[in-house]
Design a protein around this ligand. Sequence first.
Ligand code: ASP
Length: 441
Amino acid sequence: MNRIASKFGGSSVADHRQFLKIQAILEKDKRRSVIVVSAPGKRHSGEAKLTDLLYLCHELAKKGMPVDSPFSLIRDRFLEIEKELKLNAGIAEEMEKFHRQIVDGVDRDFIASRGEYFSGRLMAKFLNAVFVEPGEAIFFDKAGRLDPKSYDALGKLFSDPSKRYVMPGFYGADAKGRIKTFSRGGSDISGAIAARAAKAELYENWTDVSGLLMADPRIVENPHPLDIVSYREIRELSYMGASVFHDEAIAPVREAGIPINIRNTNKPDDAGTMIVSKLPEVTRYDIAGVAGKKNFSMFSVEKTMMNKEVGFARKFLELFENHQVSIEHCPTSIDTMSVVVASEEIGDKSEAIREDVLRILQPDNLDTEHELSLIAVVGEGMARQSGMAARVFKALADARVNVRIIDQGASELNIIVGVANGDYEKAIRALYGEMTRTTKD
Ligand code: ASP
């Protein structure tokens, strides 16, 4: 039987009512047999995320302070789910042991991983499913990267297609067998690994929104939902700030050609967003979306005959490497070259970088600008059409936004513009408005 791997995020497992919703979702499609869960998230805005409470326990224990107040919040959340669902999963005893481990100084990743662990234990019991321990099959190599042998190891633990499996997200084990977590939000990555290991036909990512939107709703009023988007587009959009899904979660499924469906646990009938390797011939809009980030700095050098000076670009870029600053973009013209970096990367290194540029490159002119925003108009559909850039710049001109940087990758997947931070919201609204003005259906 074909299988679907379904990952449920923090809000989807926040309390026993959410567990019941998950049960109903699973009942609707029997292919949903590989389940990955996060730690319970917030039930309301004033509440702390369980994973944050676990990190707090570690901080307190490290300082020799009592952990009882955050610990009791954690314990009570799990005990409540166990009680409300009448599970008898032995959580109280395990919690007691865990409390002792924290006080005895067990390491940070182990503590953080227990949110997912207990969530998984309860879910497995509730669904009468096989509990899969990721510490036995998701391996990190010495450099902290996922070891590809994990796919086979985990595949073996999911071997019976007639069974239902539940695995906690967010962690695996390092080369020495110690529990190690992914970065924050990493249960998405665990879900993707599980989908690939189980050779699933689909990776569902259940959250509390009905998929992605074409722009940030805090800036654009009622942006359209994104029905279908390619892996490449989603990489660009999430890199430029659109977030729902951990960007490292794309690679495991993309390589295996497994589509991702972002769904809403609270509105299970909404179709959500499909992330696929190949878009259909006709999509509703030419673009997938508009996304951006504020606070970039740009170092621009001007030097006559720069284009003839062999090694100029290398020296310029190397200088940032020497300062351990990663580069976002480098727009160039015949005699000018700019390097755009996130301002937080620069910190207090700006003066030192300027001094190096002047000494090493001997430019005619060096200009440094801060408080810039980058905005990407993303869409594979743009490659097939002329006039897209014209529409982008006309929209910005009509909105009286001065464009400071222009960058278009050779793939024509995106057009990136840089504007002053003060123009950021206005520019996004203008671009979104123009690029969604007409549909193709
Ligand atoms: N619970 C972890 C976090 O809060 C991982 C996750 O939910 O994906 O980051």
